[in-house]
Every structure is written in structure tokens, then in C-alpha cells.
Design a protein around this ligand. Sequence first.
Ligand SMILES: [Zn+2]
Length: 283
Amino acid sequence: MAIVLCTVAGTAAQERRITAREVVAEIQKQVGVEWRKETVDTFKAGNPDTAVTGIAVTMMATMDVLQRASAKGLNFVITHEPTFYAHLDTPEGMPESDPVWAEKRAFIEKHGMVVWRFHDHWHMRKPDGIEAGMVHSLGWEKFQNSENQYLFVMPETTVKKLAEEVANKLDSPVVRVVGEPGMKVTKVGFSPGAAGFQTETHALERDDVQVLLVGETREWETVEYAADAVTQGRNKALIVIGHVPSEQGGMEECTRWLNGFVKKVPVEFVAAKEPFWTVSEKK
Ligand SMILES: [Zn+2]
């Protein structure tokens, strides 16, 4: 009798699906940097002990991404950016009854989904997982500085041509540029996401950065600084790519990495859509 019970238990153990919590424990083991106590890389919604049917890796767990992940049977979402409109996923000053926030929470619960954020430690990897994925998407490995992964020296181009190349390669319809379109460029800095005023202006101050690429930035901070530098006749330009396209390739890289060691469930990249469109001249 005992043997039979043992066998049944053994079979059940083999068939038991991995939980979201167990996937995260494996990520923590594999990531190669010490796990921080203070981090935004935590569960944001759902029960971590849910059995995983499939993993959706995304740049941002938008409603649209959640719907498409769920339709594909992927109930565990690994997102780089917040789910609930704030760095700590608690939108300041928003009542829980807010209809958009409430509907999103209800969707996750109704479909038995779990959402976990993977931001800090993916950036902390050496090389930075986001930067590595973006350099791969841009095909800029050969231009990258071996000491500083955020700096590039490329064959001479212009600000306009560089902006067009980035818009095409990253599929961003809303690239915006501060600076002279015809300015000649060889030295480029790439700061994905939203690194903020200090990081961005320190990059623009450098002699080895003529053009800085960013995801998003405040128009009354870094954008004004870049505009002033241009007015003063300095050889500087700023290209604002859009946050999603500036980091998306980094989460495609994360999907490839996860597929290297998560074998029991499917791991798929679910692209977040660029939220903006813009008025442009028809060619
Ligand atoms: Zn990021």
C-alpha cells in the first residue's frame, strides 16, 4: 500500500507544473548578480503559487499585452516596466475604484494571471540585458565602446540619417529630434528608457557624445538643455525614440535568455505596442 501511494505521489510530482514563484527563484539563481533587498523586481498581481501554463515576456504589461498573452494561454507575465502606472505599481492619488485600474486588476484575476516585474536586475547584468538586446536590434555591436557599453563610434552620418535609421530599425513612428538635421555625427550615446536629467546631461556634456539617444525624457529638463546647447552652437543633438521602442529589444533578449533554462513551459515574447501615432506627411 505504501509503495502504491509513493508511486502515485511520485507521478504527481513529475506532472506538477512549475509555479511563478519557482520560475522567479530560477531567474534569481541564473541572473548572475546579487539579488537586492530593495528592488521593484517583485510580484505585482496574481498568486505567485499559480501553476504556470506559459510565460509572456514583455516590455510593458499593458491591457493589450495582457489580453494577447492570455489568449495564447500564457498566464505568467514578466514585464520590464510597471503594470499599474507608477514605479512602485501603486498609482499615487488614484482611488482603487478608478475604472481603468479596476478593470485591469479584474482581468488579471479573472484569467488567473500572475505579473512579475523584471527591471533592476536585468539592467544590473554585465552587460546590461536591455542595452545588449538593443545593440543587437540596432546591429551596432561593431561600433560599441569595449569599456563603456553605452557609447558608440560609427562611420560618419548625419543627425537626420541617424534618426531615420533608429526609427526604421526600432520600428518607432514617433522619433523626435532636437538639433540640426545636417550635423555630422560619429560619436553616439544610447541611454534606453528614462534615465533622467542627471544621467542624460552628464552624457551630453561628454566630448565623446555628439548625439544622445533616449527613450523618453522631460521636455522642461533634458530637452530644454539640449535645445540650449544647440542654440549656443555646440555640436550636440538629442534623439527621443519613445520608451517602448527604446527598450523592447532588451526584453526580446530576455526571452532568448529565459528559453536557455526554462524548459518545462513555453516562453514567448509579447511585444508592447508603441502607444503613440503622429501626423506625418504622406510620401
Ligand atoms: Zn529599463
